[in-house]
Design a binder for this molecule. Structure first.
Ligand code: PLP
Ligand code: COI
Length: 335
C-alpha cells in the first residue's frame, strides 16, 4: 500500500472494511462486517424518496506513541440520535454506535495516517430509512453503517485563510426546519450556492438567517466564529448545526482567558471582527481572510491566520493527536 499521506485530499478512498446493522422487526440486529462498498437498497426505501437520512463525521488520529485517539465520539452519537428524532428515524443506541465505530477503526488500522502527516482517519456513520413506503411516512426498517477514509484538509488551502461568499440569494435551511440536524437534505439544499461560490473563486458560502437575512448563520460545512476585544463570538441560531468543534473551541477559548459569547451576530458586525473563521470536524479551523457579498461589498481580515485562531487550532490539534494532555476527557484511546 503506497499512500501519499502528506498530500491526501478530503475525499473517499476505499478501505478494507465497513460495518452495518439493520433495525428490523422492532430491534437492532448484530453488527455485520463487510468488505463490499455496495449496499442493496429497496426501490421504495424512504431515504431514496423522502430523504430519511442522517450522517455524522468524526476523526481518529495516530499519536506519537502509536496509539489511536478518537475525539468526542459520544457527542456525535448524541447528535445522530437528535437527527434521527428530527426526521422520525429509529435512533441508534449509544452502545451500538460505539461498537460500530470501534470495530471499523480497528479493522482499518492500516489506513490511519501516521503521526505527523497532518492527515487523519475520517469516520462517517450514516443512518437511513431502508424500508419501503410510498405514502410520505417513516420507514419501518433502518440501516446504520459506518465507513472510514483517510483524509487531508477539507479546504485545499489547509490552515491558510480562505475567501467566503456571503450569500443573500440562497438559504440552506428554513427557520423552523431541519437546519440543526445533520440530515442529507440540508446538504442537497446547499449544493447550488456552493457551486456558485466555487465558480466565483470562493472556498465556500456563508449563510445569513433565512427569516430576516440579517444575522450570520454558518458556513456550508462548518460553523462560524469571530474574535474581537479578547472575545470569541459565535452565532446563536436554531437553524445551524450544533458543532462539536465549536463547542470545544469555546472551552479552549475560555481556558486561554478569552470571554465567549453565543449570540445573534448581525451582518454589519463583520466589519468589527479582528479574526474570523469556519470550524468543524472536517475543516478543524479554517481562517477566513475575506468575506465578499453578492453586491461586491468586502470584509478583509488578512492573508495570514490570526494569532488567536492559530493558538486555538494548535491547542485543539495537540489534544486530538495526544501531543498535549487532555484535561477535558475528550479523547478516548481505541485499544
Ligand atoms: N455545520 C455544518 C453544516 C456541518 O456540516 C458541520 C460538520 O459536521 C459543522 C457545522 C461542524 O460540526 P462538527 O464540529 O461537529 O463537525
Ligand atoms: C464534517 O465536518 O464532519 C462534515 O460533515 C462536513 C462536511 C464534509 C459535510
Amino acid at each position: 500500500m503506497n499512500i501519499d499521506w502528506k498530500n491526501l485530499p478530503f475525499g473517499y478512498m476505499k478501505t478494507d472494511y465497513n460495518v452495518r446493522t439493520y433495525f428490523r422487526d422492532g430491534k437492532w440486529g448484530s453488527l455485520e462486517v463487510s468488505s463490499s462498498e455496495r449496499i442493496d437498497v429497496h426501490i421504495a426505501a424512504t431515504s431514496l424518496h423522502y430523504g430519511q437520512e442522517a450522517f455524522e463525521g468524526m476523526k481518529a488520529f495516530k499519536g506519537k506513541d502509536g496509539k489511536i485517539r478518537l475525539f468526542r465520539w459520544e457527542e456525535n452519537a448524541k447528535r445522530m440520535q437528535m437527527s434521527a428524532r428530527g426526521i422520525l428515524m429509529q435512533e441508534v443506541p449509544t452502545e451500538v454506535f460505539r461498537k460500530a465505530i470501534y470495530k471499523v477503526i480497528r479493522m482499518n488500522e492500516r489506513f490511519i495516517p501516521p503521526y505527523g502527516s497532518g492527515a487523519s482517519l475520517y469516520i462517517r456513520p450514516l443512518l437511513f430509512g431502508s424500508g419501503p413506503q410510498v405514502g410520505v411516512k417513516p420507514a419501518d426498517e433502518y440501516l446504520f453503517m459506518v465507513f472510514v477514509t483517510p483524509v487531508g484538509p477539507y479546504f485545499k488551502e489547509g490552515f491558510k485563510p480562505v475567501k467566503m461568499l456571503l450569500t443573500k440569494e440562497f438559504d440552506r435551511a428554513a427557520p423552523l426546519g431541519t437546519g440543526r440536524f445533520k440530515v442529507g437534505g440540508n446538504y442537497a439544499a446547499s449544493l447550488t450556492s456552493m457551486k456558485k461560490a466555487h465558480e466565483m473563486g470562493f472556498a465556500n458560502v456563508l449563510y445569513l438567517d433565512s427569516k430576516e437575512k440579517k444575522y450570520i448563520d454558518e458556513c456550508g460545512p462548518a460553523n462560524f466564529f469571530g474574535i474581537k476585544n479578547n472575545t470569541y463570538i459565535t452565532p446563536k441560531s436554531d437553524s445551524i448545526l450544533p458543532s462539536i468543534t465549536n463547542m470545544s473551541l469555546i472551552t479552549l477559548a475560555e481556558e486561554m482567558g478569552l470571554k465567549t459569547e453565543r449570540r445573534l451576530v448581525e451582518e454589519g458586525e463583520l466589519a468589527s471582527f479582528e479574526e474570523v473563521g469556519a470550524c468543524g470536524t472536517a475543516a478543524v479551523i479554517s481562517p477566513i481572510g475575506k468575506i465578499v457579498d453578492e453586491t461586491g461589498k468586502e470584509f478583509f481580515y488578512g492573508d495570514e491566520p490570526g494569532t488567536i485562531s492559530t493558538k486555538l487550532y494548535n491547542r485543539l490539534l495537540a489534544i486530538q493527536t495526544g501531543d498535549a494532555a487532555d484535561p477535558f476527557g475528550w479523547v478516548e484511546i481505541v485499544e
